[in-house]
Write a protein that binds this ligand. Sequence first.
Ligand SMILES: [Zn+2]
Length: 142
Amino acid sequence: MLDKPMTDKQLIAIAALARKKAYAPYSGFPVGAALLACSGKVYTGCNVENASSGLTVCAERVAVFKAVSEGEQEFDTLAVVTATGASPCGACRQVLIEFGGSLRVLVADTEGHLMEFSVDQLIPNAFPGWSLVGSGALDVAK
Ligand SMILES: [Zn+2]
């Protein structure tokens, strides 16, 4: 952990800065995310859109994938900033639950309004990795 813990306000400010880097020419809806790992490091993300809309990746998933690719798998808090305070989409919720339902998710708008959830609250009755154990799905890799 950090010597000096990151405050929610600081994490939201980092997400707001990440939002400025969004590539959102089609939706015009920039999103920024900042993911605080249990190590104390923060990984940012912004939405990256594509002319082939199915290839668009949300800010939340960019942050998670950056963190995991750097060796992180335990997370404390994710801050997401949009103009309207929109919460993560279903795909992002599924990606987040992979790393634990207790992860805090702070959803903020650009006016400073804030809501807090756990991932368990955002995706109740999720499809968890453990449900594959014993199903034979994991035997394919053997
Ligand atoms: Zn999403």
